[in-house]
Design a protein around this ligand. Structure first.
Ligand SMILES: NC(=O)C1=CN([C@@H]2O[C@H](COP(=O)(O)OP(=O)(O)OC[C@H]3O[C@@H](n4cnc5c(N)ncnc54)[C@H](O)[C@@H]3O)[C@@H](O)[C@H]2O)[C@H](O)CC1
Ligand SMILES: [K+]
Length: 494
C-alpha cells in the first residue's frame, strides 16, 4: 500500500530527506524539476512547443524557474517565464533559481499587480503559482492570474498541484483554482485528487519520484493508503491443486423482486465468476426461469428454507433489487453472526434505523454510493466530510464501508481508508454495484477476511473494467464485466 500524506507530512518528508541524505534543498528542487521536465517532454515531444511558465515566489514558483531552465537545456527554445510578484515574500530556493535563470536567454517578466497580464498565445501553460503551501483560497491578484490562465484555455500542466486546490481537507463548492489538463505531482498523489470535487481543477495526474526517503514516508502514520497491484498479489490466494467446490465456499445472494430481477442475476453471476465454489440465490420464484437461463450453475433457495439452510452458507449478501422483501432484514439479522454484505435496497431500508444498524454482525460490509450513504447517515455537503463521517461510522459499527465512486473509499473498522485506484468512466452504468456485491460475497465465501475481500473485490472489479477498455470497449455493461472477472483474477495469478 502506498500511504498518502497530508501536506504537513510531505514537508516533514522533505525536511527528513534533506537532513538524513544530506541533499541540499535546492538540489531536491532540481530533482523534482527534472522529473517534471521528463514528464512534460513525454506530453509535448515537439521541442518547438511554445511554453509559458507562470511562477509564484515560494518553492512551487522555484520549481517553475528550474523547470524553465531545464526545458531550455533540453532543447525547448520557446520558453517564457512570468513571475507573480504579488507580495514581498520569496523563498530562498526561488531566489537562487531566479539568479540562475538570468544566465539563460529565457525572457522573464515580473507582474506586480495582475491587471497588466498579456494574452497567452503559447501552446502550453505550466502552472507553478502555488503548490502545497496554499493556506487560503485564491483572491485578488492570485485569483485574477488563475482566471487569466483558465480563460486562455491552453494545454495546462500543473506543478505538484493545480494552484488554489488544497492538498487535503474539504474543498468548498465553487472554490476557484487553475484548471489543469495534467498534474505532475511529486512523490505521492495528494489526497484531494481522489475527491470528486477535484474534477473542477484537473483532468488527470501522474506521480513522479523526486527522491524523497521512501522508508521514512512509509513509516509516517497515515490514515489513507492507495491500494497497489502488490497488495492484491499479497492478498490473493491461488486455487489449490487438489481442490473441489467445497474448498471455495458457498455464497448466498438474497436479492431481486418481480420488477428488479436483473440486479439479483448480476450479483449471482458475479459471485459465480469470482470463484465461489457454490452460489445460491434467494430470489422470488418468478425469477427462476431467468436464473436458470442466465446462470444454470446457481442454485435456488426459498425464503421459507432460509432458517434451516442458513448454516450451510459461508457468506451472505443482501439487497440488490430486493424491494419490499427488505422488511425481512430484521429477521435475517437474528440468524447470523457472520459478516453480511449489505447493498442497495437493504441499505436504504437501514436508513435512520440506528438500532438495526448496530445489530449488523461485526465486520459486515456496507456498499453505499453517495446517495445511499447520505440516506443512511445524513446529508453531507462535500466528499471530505462524507469520508470523515464514514471513518467515524466504520469505527462505531465495527463495519467496513465501501463508499463507491470513481475512486472507491474502503473505510475499515479502525477508521483508516484504502483508496481503490482501478475503474474507469466506461463502467458508469447500472448494475455495476450489483456485480461488486456478488464479488464481495464470493470472496468472503472463499475464506478471505472482510477487509481482504473488500480490497480484492473493489480492485478486481475496476481492473476487469480497465481490461475491457484496453481491449477497445468504450462502454462496459455490467453483464459484460462479469464475463471478464476470471481474466482479471488470472492477471493476479492462476
Ligand atoms: N514536497 C517536497 O518535498 C518538495 C516540494 N517542492 C515544491 O514546494 C512546493 C511547496 O512550496 P512552499 O514554498 O511551501 O509553498 P508554495 O510555493 O505553495 O506557496 C508559497 C507561499 O505562498 C503563500 N500562500 C499560500 N496560499 C496563498 C494564497 N492563496 N494566496 C497568496 N499567497 C498564498 C504562503 O505564504 C506560502 O508559503 C510544493 O508544492 C512543490 O512544488 C520542492 O521544490 C521539492 C521538494
Ligand atoms: K501549482
Amino acid at each position: 500500500m502506498n500511504s498518502i500524506l497530508t501536506s504537513a507530512q510531505m514537508r516533514l518528508a522533505d525536511q527528513h530527506t534533506i537532513e538524513v541524505t544530506s541533499i541540499a534543498s535546492i538540489d531536491l528542487m532540481e530533482q523534482a524539476s527534472s522529473a517534471f521536465v521528463t514528464a512534460v517532454m513525454q506530453l509535448y515531444p515537439d521541442k518547438n512547443t511554445s511554453i509559458v511558465v507562470c511562477c509564484g515566489t515560494g518553492n512551487n514558483g522555484g520549481d517553475g524557474l528550474a523547470i524553465a531552465r531545464l526545458l531550455q537545456v533540453r532543447g525547448y527554445d520557446a520558453i517564457t517565464v512570468w513571475i507573480a510578484r504579488f507580495n514581498s515574500y520569496e523563498s530562498d530556493d526561488f531566489a537562487f533559481n531566479l539568479s540562475r535563470l538570468y544566465h539563460t536567454p529565457i525572457a522573464v517578466t515580473e507582474f506586480f499587480p495582475a491587471d497588466q497580464l498579456p494574452d497567452i498565445h503559447q501552446h502550453v501553460v505550466i502552472d507553478a503559482l502555488l503548490g502545497s503551501g496554499l493556506n487560503k483560497p485564491l483572491e485578488g491578484d492570485w485569483l485574477r492570474m488563475a482566471q487569466h490562465i483558465n480563460q486562455a484555455n491552453r494545454q495546462t500542466v500543473a506543478v505538484d498541484i493545480p494552484s488554489g486546490l488544497r492538498a487535503d481537507g474539504a474543498i468548498p463548492e465553487g472554490e476557484y483554482t487553475v484548471r489543469a489538463h495534467e498534474v505532475v505531482t511529486f512523490q505521492r498523489p495528494k489526497l484531494s485528487f481522489f475527491f470528486p470535487e477535484s474534477a473542477n481543477s484537473m483532468d488527470a495526474f501522474q506521480v513522479v519520484d523526486i527522491g524523497l526517503d521512501e522508508d521514512f514516508i512509509e513509516s509516517l502514520p497515515s490514515d489513507f493508503g492507495l491500494v497497489e497491484a502488490a497488495d492484491i498479489q499479497r492478498i490473493y490466494r491461488k486455487r489449490k491443486p487438489f481442490s473441489h467446490k467445497g474448498t471455495y465456499g458457498h455464497a448466498l445472494i438474497i436479492a431481486g423482486s418481480t420488477d428488479t430481477m436483473g440486479a439479483a442475476l448480476l450479483s449471482c453471476g458475479a459471485s459465480l465468476y469470482s470463484g465461489a465454489g457454490l452460489t445460491s440465490a434467494c430470489i422470488p420464484k418468478e425469477g427462476l426461469v431467468a436464473l436458470n437461463a442466465s446462470h444454470p450453475e446457481v442454485m435456488y433457495c426459498s425464503w421459507a428454507d432460509l432458517p434451516y439452510t442458513w448454516g450451510s452458507f459461508d457468506a451472505v449478501g443482501i439487497g440488490p433489487g430486493l424491494g419490499k422483501a427488505c422488511d425481512n432484514l430484521p429477521t435475517i439479522l437474528t440468524y447470523s453472526s457472520k459478516p453480511l454484505v449489505v447493498d442497495a435496497d437493504a441499505l436504504s431500508f437501514l436508513g435512520g434505523k440506528t438500532a438495526l444498524l448496530k445489530q449488523l454482525p461485526l465486520h459486515s460490509i456496507l456498499t453505499p454510493h453517495m446517495k445511499e450513504y447520505d440516506r443512511l447517515f445524513g446529508p453531507h455537503g462535500n466528499w471530505w466530510d462524507r469520508v470523515q463521517s464514514a471513518r467515524e461510522q466504520a469505527v462505531a459499527l465495527q463495519a467496513i464501508i465501501v463508499l463507491k465512486n470513481r475512486y472507491t473509499f474502503i473505510v475499515l473498522p479502525d477508521g483508516t481508508v484504502r483508496i481503490n485506484p482501478t475503474g474507469n468512466p466506461a463502467m458508469a452504468s447500472g448494475g455495476m454495484g450489483d456485480v461488486l456485491t456478488g464479488m464481495l460475497v464470493s470472496f468472503l465465501a472463499q475464506g478471505y477476511d472482510p477487509q481482504e475481500a473488500a480490497v480484492l473485490a473493489c480492485y478486481l472489479h475496476g481492473a476487469a473494467g480497465n481490461q475491457l477498455v484496453a481491449a477497445g470497449m468504450a462502454v462496459v455493461p455490467a453483464s459484460r464485466l462479469i464475463a471478464e472477472l476470471p481474466r482479471a483474477i488470472a492477471s493476479v495469478g492462476i
